[in-house]
Structure formats: structure tokens, C-alpha cells
Design a protein around this ligand. Structure first.
Ligand SMILES: Cc1cc2nc3c(=O)[nH]c(=O)nc-3n(C[C@H](O)[C@H](O)[C@H](O)COP(=O)(O)OP(=O)(O)OC[C@H]3O[C@@H](n4cnc5c(N)ncnc54)[C@H](O)[C@@H]3O)c2cc1C
Length: 465
């Protein structure tokens, strides 16, 4: 029986990053992956392919606005199969990249269904054949899958999840997106840019409900301006296929029943943890609706069994969260000094147009916690680089503690939001104050310098607003 220091089940951004680090620390490591390729949701049907489509949508948008930038561009045609082919090439390139990094760190890959078989034992099943391997530590990194609503059947052709929508043979004329979380608004944004008539139905009172309320309001305003219809407090009652596509019946916030016809429907109503049939339920690990409870070092209640990524209860379902959780767990196994995972230091990035980047407490969370706060806001309208780029909608909002000026939260909607949030990540991770940030020199002209203005805005000292 093969014997490892660490066996990881799942090769997404949680599992593969943990495996590489384990290899770097000299742990004999194997990754079990059910699919014939490594990389998980993120690389194959999540972060990477969607960002390729989004980038192509941005290029198309620039062509549409050519005259504004002093170009005459005629007859721009979208070659959808060529865009999908480029997406495939990028995904394949990075899949090979992970394979190369595994070889470099001496990580073994075993293809098959992984299951925790008992303390220090993991089974792998492939083509009806089961083998067992021994390991000191086991890490469950099996990720998540798209949910649907009761009675709504995903057929993969008309009623879709994030997986099938990435392989559509053509850009649909109309699309109903059920759910206005990160996945929903991202696809709504992409297809609207390519000319699709898009309607979003959201059960809660606002889009991107986990973000600061003002960010949600700004996004809904921007989406409406772009011709995306958003119905909040909408209760979807049925989604049925018909000859022309599908019909979605929903109750509006006023209680009226409305029916919408669309060529395609995307179900973006959240993701369920993939912990069924993994043997975790037979261990001492605590489960809640399929999610695994861990401490901040990713240890479950079962000795030497760790869980990371989308399956962990109460933590964000984000690739970079999964990766950091994996690094913390492996550091602990290798006897290194590690810091616990802190949700408040983990940025959120939503890749729609305009983009959203945020970290830390929203204004409401800070007020509900009884903290005395001050708010600073800076609109991108005052930032010269944003004007040069032709993307000056949105703002940066800073939530700071009143007395010492500690930065508690930063919320950005607008150009390069998912990039410039990096400064706020550093600030919050290092517990920086408004004074520290006011003394920082921001290069000019950059979109990033708007951060400096926003931090100064808390004390009414922003220069450009
Ligand atoms: C459309 C979309 C866009 C997204 N965009 C972003 C983004 O821009 N940024 C971001 O941070 N996050 C994004 N996410 C979320 C991100 O993809 C996930 O948070 C991330 O992939 C979770 O990583 P993971 O390692 O926990 O699981 P996964 O990436 O889901 O990987 C789990 C792996 O485990 C394998 N597996 C499952 N069960 C078994 C088993 N029993 N045996 C063997 N193998 C098994 C699966 O095949 C898979 O390869 C997006 C998600 C979606 C759906």
C-alpha cells in the first residue's frame, strides 16, 4: 500500500496550491482528482474562462465606442467560435502549467473518486476498481457545484449553469439570469456587452447582496443604464422549456405574476458543497447542510483531516480564499508558523462592468457592531486616468474607525476595482490607519491614486473631489 505524508482530494485552486506548497516543504504528496484534468472549477468552468469572455467583451465594447476615441471602425463582427477557441487555449495552457508545477514539486496525481476511508486511509475508485492508500494527513478540497431551484431542471441546452453557458454555440438573443450574486452579474454583464437582451431576477432586495449597500445601488444604476433589466424581490415560480427557448414565471415585489420568454436561462442561485460520498460524514468532522466545519487553521474535528475551499462552512467561496486556506493547513502540517484565516482580510472581487473590489466591513456591519466610524467617498469622476480610459463611473468608499482612523473596510466600484483593491488588502492586513495611508505616495496618473483620495476623503482632505 502506497504511503504519503499528505493526500489531497480535489485539484482546484485549494487542492493544487496546497499540493505544490506541500511538495516545496518536502512532504510526500498525492492529489486525487475525479476528472481527467487538474485545475477544478476555477480553471475550467469558473474564474479563468469567464474572465477570458469578459476581456473579449471589453474589447468589443471598445470597438463600439471607437468614434469616442478617434477611430473609424466599420463592420465589427464577433467571431464567437474564435473567442471560445481562445478561451480553450488559455485553459489548456494553464492546465499544463499546473501539471508542470506538480512534476517540479514531486506531487503525484491519481485519477479517480477519492474518499476518506478511515483514519490515515483514503480510497480511490476508478472504473469500478478500488485501491487504498495510507497517509498521515488528509485534505478534503472537493469544491462545489451549481445549485438549481426546486422543480427547475437544468437541461444544459436552454436552462443552463455556469458550465454550459461557457459552451453556447452562438450568442443568445435573450437571456434570463436567475440570481444576482457574483456569478449572475458577471454573465449578465458579458452577454449584455455582446448585445443580448438580459433580465436578472433576484430574490433579495438588491444585486450583489453581500457587498456594501451603496455598491449594490451603484451597480443596479449602472446595469439599468446599460439596458439590463433587474427585478429584485422577485420570486421565480417556474422555468419551463418551450419551442422558442424557455418561459420563466415569477412574482414581482408587488405580488404580481409575470412571465418572461427567453432564448436561454442561466441558473446562478448559489453553489452546493461537493461532500456527498466522500466519506467525511463517517468521520468526527462536523457537517452542516453539506458544508464542513473547521477552525481557522482548516482542521476538522477529525484528527489529521483538513478541509479547505468551497466546502468549508462560513467562509467565502472564492479561489484565493481556497488557496490561502490550503497554504495555512499545509504550513501547520509542516510545523511552520502560520496565521489563522481571517475572513475580514480576504478581498472579494466581482468581475462585471463596472467591476467591484471590496474588503473588510461594510458600513452597515460596522454600525451594527457598534463601532464609531467615519466614511470617506471618492468618485472616479475626479480621477484623470479614469477619464483617459473612458471609464469614470463609480466610486471608492472607505469605512474607518473614528478615533484612531483604523481602516475597517474599503469598497470599490469602477475601473480596475479588482486590481486597485490590492492597496486596501495591504492596509487592512497590516492594520494601517488613515495617517499611514495619507503619507503614502501614489503614482500619477493612475487609477490607483483614487485610493489616496478616498482615504483622505474620510477627513475631508481629498484633493480631487
Ligand atoms: C462562473 C464562476 C466564476 C468564478 N469566478 C471567480 C473569480 O473570478 N474569482 C474567484 O476568486 N472565484 C471565482 N469563482 C469561485 C471559484 O471558482 C471557487 O471558489 C474555487 O474554484 C473553489 O476552489 P476549490 O479548490 O475549493 O474547489 P474546485 O475548484 O471546485 O475544485 C474541486 C476539485 O475537486 C474535484 N473533486 C470533487 N469531488 C471529488 C472526489 N470525491 N474525488 C476526486 N476529486 C473530486 C473536482 O473535480 C474539482 O476538480 C467562480 C466560480 C464560478 C462558478
Amino acid at each position: 500500500m502506497a504511503k504519503y505524508d499528505l493526500v489531497i482530494i480535489g485539484s482546484g485552486p485549494g487542492g493544487y496550491v496546497a499540493a505544490i506548497r506541500a511538495g516545496q516543504y518536502g512532504l510526500k504528496t498525492a492529489v486525487i482528482e475525479k476528472d481527467s484534468y487538474v485545475g477544478g472549477t476555477c480553471l475550467h468552468i469558473g474564474c479563468i474562462p469567464t474572465k477570458v469572455l469578459l476581456h473579449h467583451a471589453e474589447i468589443y465594447d471598445t470597438f463600439q465606442r471607437a468614434a469616442e476615441f478617434g477611430f473609424e471602425v466599420k463592420d465589427v463582427k464577433v467571431n464567437w467560435p474564435a473567442i471560445l477557441a481562445r478561451k480553450e487555449r488559455i485553459v489548456n495552457k494553464h492546465t499544463k502549467g499546473i501539471e508542470f508545477l506538480f512534476r517540479k514539486s514531486k506531487v503525484e496525481t491519481i485519477t479517480g473518486w477519492g474518499r476518506v476511508a478511515g483514519p490515515g486511509r483514503v480510497s480511490v475508485e476508478k472504473d469500478g476498481k478500488k485501491t487504498e492508500i495510507e497517509t498521515t494527513y488528509t485534505m478534503l478540497a472537493t469544491g462545489s457545484d451549481a445549485r438549481s431551484l426546486p422543480g427547475v431542471e437544468i437541461d444544459g441546452k436552454t436552462i443552463l449553469t455556469n458550465k454550459e453557458i461557457l459552451e453556447l454555440p452562438a450568442i443568445p438573443k435573450s437571456l434570463v439570469v436567475v440570481g444576482a450574486g457574483a456569478v449572475g452579474v458577471e454573465f449578465a454583464s458579458i452577454f449584455r456587452t455582446f448585445g443580448t437582451e438580459v433580465t436578472i431576477l433576484e430574490m433579495l432586495p438588491r444585486a450583489v447582496p453581500l457587498e456594501d449597500e451603496e455598491i449594490s445601488a451603484e451597480l443596479m444604476k449602472a446595469f439599468k443604464k446599460r439596458g439590463i433589466r433587474i427585478e429584485t424581490e422577485a420570486k421565480v415560480e417556474s422555468v419551463k422549456k418551450d419551442a422558442k427557448g424557455a418561459t420563466v414565471v415569477f412574482k414581482t415585489k408587488d405580488g404580481k405574476s409575470e412571465s418572461l420568454a427567453a432564448e436561454k436561462v442561466l441558473m446562478a442561485v448559489g453553489r452546493r458543497p461537493m461532500t456527498e460520498n466522500t466519506g467525511v460524514d463517517k468521520t468526527a468532522a462536523k457537517l452542516e447542510r453539506g458544508f464542513v466545519h473547521t477552525n481557522a487553521y482548516m482542521e476538522t474535528a477529525e484528527p489529521r483531516l483538513f478541509a479547505i475551499g468551497d466546502i468549508v462552512a462560513g467562509l467565502p467561496q472564492l479561489a484565493h480564499a481556497a488557496s490561502m486556506e490550503g497554504l495555512i493547513a499545509v504550513g501547520l502540517m509542516a510545523g511552520k508558523e502560520v496565521q489563522p484565516f481571517d475572513r475580514m482580510k480576504c478581498p472579494n472581487a466581482t468581475y462585471c462592468e463596472p467591476q467591484i473590489g471590496s474588503i473588510g466591513m461594510t458600513e452597515k456591519q460596522a454600525r451594527d457592531a457598534g463601532i464609531k466610524i467615519k466614511i470617506g467617498k471618492f468618485p472616479f469622476l475626479g480621477n484623470s486616468k479614469a477619464t483617459i480610459l473612458g471609464h469614470h463611473e463609480g466610486f471608492i468608499k472607505v469605512v474607518a474607525e473614528e478615533k484612531y482612523g483604523e481602516i475597517l473596510g474599503v469598497h470599490v466600484i469602477g475601473p480596475l476595482a479588482t486590481e486597485i483593491i490590492a492597496e486596501a488588502v495591504t492596509a487592512i492586513s497590516l492594520e494601517a490607519t488613515l495617517d499611514d495611508l495619507a503619507a503614502m505616495i501614489h503614482a500619477h496618473p493612475t487609477v490607483w491614486e483614487a485610493m489616496g483620495d478616498a482615504f483622505n476623503a474620510v477627513r475631508g482632505l481629498s484633493i480631487n473631489a
